[in-house]
Design a protein around this ligand. Structure first.
Ligand SMILES: NC(=O)c1ccc[n+]([C@@H]2O[C@H](COP(=O)([O-])OP(=O)(O)OC[C@H]3O[C@@H](n4cnc5c(N)ncnc54)[C@H](OP(=O)(O)O)[C@@H]3O)[C@@H](O)[C@H]2O)c1
Length: 292
């Protein structure tokens, strides 16, 4: 099986490299060609356009920024789209709205292709080490696609039909965003009451809520290190997907709504490219306004 891989960004490049290193026959494409060079060095074929990827592969992974980009790259709504996906399996690994993915699945099926949704939990680090958690959805269990995905992940969790995997991804992100935002509020609360952030870290790290995430983000809050792991802009994008899906389903999501306001405020204040821990700045701004 030859696998196509489209989208070699922060996540896609290390994911594709893990496929190449595991011996997968790969043909790749990226809008910015330089980002494909490490793949060429690892033995992959670098295509000059998207059509060449579909011509050369049975299964094509797309790891692109958002729904608009996926539509543009796949030329959705044109005859090219149907020609490219006919007889192919398209594996959508980025994070988009569940409803969007369901529509894409229907278009792929109409064109005579097969569609799998496979969003991931984990960021650049786990993408590099092959430790992502993949959530997979489709109209059937697909052992071939799951075998193909193995070198990129620690775990593959089946989530039923589309858009079950993207809904699952949003549920996971609800927990992640809520947890990190609460941690920021805890550090803010402690700081405003004159408590030592190092002592707060020591208590949290020793207690039952300690996790990889709380240790990483707690360290950043303690050191006021807002260098980016997951940016405010990207978290707001994910938070908005949660709120939109909740509203569409008539589901109460008050915590996600408050978080969305805070990330939007942090973005407006110029912290869009900072790490999500910088949402503490939005809390600080609110406090300074209320005490003025
Ligand atoms: N970063 C994370 O921690 C993380 C974790 C889980 C899931 N995700 C999701 O995974 C997906 C990819 O994330 P990422 O962090 O890899 O994003 P990224 O670094 O911004 O990469 C986005 C990819 O989309 C391409 N792209 C953007 N606009 C395009 C356009 N107009 N035409 C063609 N290609 C275009 C980029 O190409 P260029 O290289 O040419 O810009 C790049 O290949 C997103 O849906 C994101 O939400 C991210």
């Amino acid at each position: 099986m030859t696998v196509g891989f489209i989208g070699l960004g922060v996540m896609g490049q290390p994911m594709a490299l893990n496929l190449a290193r595991a011996g997968t026959q790969l043909i790749v494409w990226n809008r910015t060609p330089d980002r494909a060079e490490p793949l060429r060095a690892a033995g992959a074929t670098v295509a000059t356009d998207v059509e060449e990827v579909f011509r050369g592969a049975d299964t094509v992974v797309v790891m692109l920024a958002n729904d608009r980009v996926v539509d543009a790259v796949l030329r959705r709504g044109t005859g090219d789209f149907a020609r490219m996906v006919r007889g192919r399996t398209l594996v959508h690994m980025g994070t988009t709205a569940p409803d969007y993915s369901a529509g894409l699945a229907a278009d792929v099926a109409r064109a005579g292709g097969t569609y799998r949704e496979a969003p991931v939990s984990g960021s650049r680090g786990p993408a590099e080490t092959g430790d992502l958690v993949v959530m997979i959805a489709g109209d059937a269990v697909d052992p071939g696609v799951e075998r193909m995905l193995r070198p990129m992940c620690r775990e593959i969790v089946r989530c039923g039909p589309v858009p079950g995997a993207l809904l699952m991804k949003l549920a996971v992100n609800t927990f992640l965003i809520g947890t990190v935002t609460a941690l920021c509020e805890a550090f803010h609360f402690a700081g405003e009451h004159g408590l030592d952030p190092g002592t707060l870290s020591a208590v949290l790290d020793a207690g039952p809520m300690a996790s990889t995430v709380s240790r990483a983000k707690g360290g950043k809050l303690r050191e006021r290190d807002f260098s980016v792991q997951a940016s405010i802009r990207d978290v707001l994008y994910n938070n908005q997907l949660i709120v939109d899906a909740a509203h569409a389903g008539g589901v109460a999501a008050p915590l996600s709504e408050v978080c969305r306001e805070l990330y939007a405020e942090a973005l407006r204040d110029g912290h869009g490219t900072a790490d999500m821990a910088a949402v503490v700045r939005a809390l600080e701004t609110r406090t300074s306004r209320s005490t003025r």
